[in-house]
Design a protein around this ligand. Structure first.
Ligand SMILES: C[S@@+](CC[C@H](N)C(=O)[O-])C[C@H]1O[C@@H](n2cnc3c(N)ncnc32)[C@H](O)[C@@H]1O
Length: 368
């Protein structure tokens, strides 16, 4: 293991601890999953704050796990560190003998260890072989993607995962260049992207290669597919009162998180029934209103926090879904009042929000 490169300041650490505390600080042993262990900044703080908590830490990056193992050595008797992709969580829990968990944290994306590593190819700002695999023991590299995908495949990856307006132009430039010589370095790719973007666009929105590098990283690591199955799996494992916190760094991750939570916080029963049918009430309540953003002080101290969006939820007892029922009754009264002339309503004149819909999750813009 090499010396630790760069420093990693855990993002929104105090807020994560505050959100997890009611679930992890309960009586008896509690179990916390850090699905993206990284350099174990969040994990260490959780273990310090909760002496009765067992930590299960997952990371697909063996180098991150090695650093985390050193950092967490003093907690070794209540820590399990696993080399796994987070969508393997159910199998990991089965193998370790934990049928349920009390807390889960997903701090998505790359770590500063990966970004700062000169040899891993994640950063457009420094030259390196085009690898970008978080798990260097398996999978295809960014070099293979860039040199073998067809024009439509490349353009789709850049457009969908990078939200890149000039995806077609960049894909054409890549194809032209690789006919001349195989593209093997991050610096060459970053230069190609810069050259393919119209000059006025180069001057806005940060480095022109940022979106292309993000897109390739997501494709290489199949990040969204893993997240799409990992979030429901983690939610399923939470005990009543158990809590999930997710930190996303781009709108695609945040959108997936928003929908995974919205699915659980809404009632599935008919809207016009006065009471919830058994089993149709919400199974979670949101702990964040929309997506929480970092404060100015945090961004000033930790630039990596600038794009973070936090969402969190708590499992509730579906059979005691009093909250959902109360919301429904209040909603029904408001609807009725709106149809009775001269009766005061919400005062805004707007339609009342339906109950159990995720408290503003669906009506807000993507990534907000
Ligand atoms: C932002 S870092 C986490 C930093 C960590 N919270 C800390 O305080 O040090 C994200 C980590 O998640 C890992 N990771 C990303 N996607 C993953 C996945 N699908 N499965 C497992 N680990 C993943 C990365 O390898 C990286 O080490």
């Amino acid at each position: 293991m090499g010396e630790l490169r760069g420093t990693h300041v855990p993002v929104l650490l105090e807020r994560c601890l505050e959100l997890l505390a009611p679930a992890l600080g309960r009586n008896g042993r509690t179990v916390h999953v850090d699905a993206t262990l990284g350099l174990a900044g969040h994990a260490e703080a959780v273990l310090e704050a909760h002496p009765n908590t067992v930590l299960i830490g997952l990371d697909r990056d063996t180098e991150a796990l090695a650093h985390a193992r050193v950092r967490l050595a003093r907690f070794a008797d209540r820590v399990h560190l696993e080399h796994a992709v987070y969508d393997e969580l159910p199998e990991v829990l089965d193998r370790l003998g934990y049928p349920a968990i009390d807390g889960a944290l997903f701090d998505l994306g790359v770590s500063s260890l990966q970004l700062d590593a000169a040899d891993r190819g994640f950063a457009y700002a420094q030259d390196a072989p085009l690898d970008m695999r978080m798990d260097q023991t398996r999978g295809v590299t960014a070099e293979e993607v860039v040199n073998t995908y067809s024009h439509p495949e490349l353009a789709r990856v850049l457009r969908v995962y990078g939200e890149e307006k000039f995806a077609g132009r960049i894909a054409s430039a890549i194809i032209r260049e690789r006919e001349r010589a195989r593209i093997t370095s991050s610096a060459r790719l970053a230069e190609l992207v810069r050259e393919s973007i119209p000059a006025p666009a180069r001057r806005t929105g940060g480095h022109p290669a940022k979106r292309t590098f993000q897109a390739l990283r997501i494709e290489v690591n199949r990040e969204l597919a893993a997240l799409e199955s990992a979030l429901p799996a983690a939610l399923d494992k939470l005990t009543v009162g158990g809590r999930l916190v997710v930190l996303s760094y781009h709108s695609l991750e945040d959108r997936l998180t928003k929908h995974a939570l919205a699915d659980r916080v809404r009632s599935t029963g008919p809207i016009d029934l006065p009471v919830e049918l058994p089993g149709s009430g919400p199974t979670f309540r949101l702990l964040s209103r929309g997506a929480e953003l970092p404060g100015e002080a945090e961004v000033a101290a930790n630039p990596r926090a600038a794009s973070v969006r936090l969402r969190a939820a708590e499992r509730i007892d579906p059979n005691a879904a009093q909250q959902g029922r109360t919301d429904r009754e209040r909603y029904r009264r408001r609807v009725k009042a709106m149809h009775q002339p001269g009766t005061a309503t919400t005062g805004s004149g707007a339609d009342p929000a339906p109950p159990g819909d995720g408290s503003g999750t669906d009506e807000e813009g993507e990534g907000t």
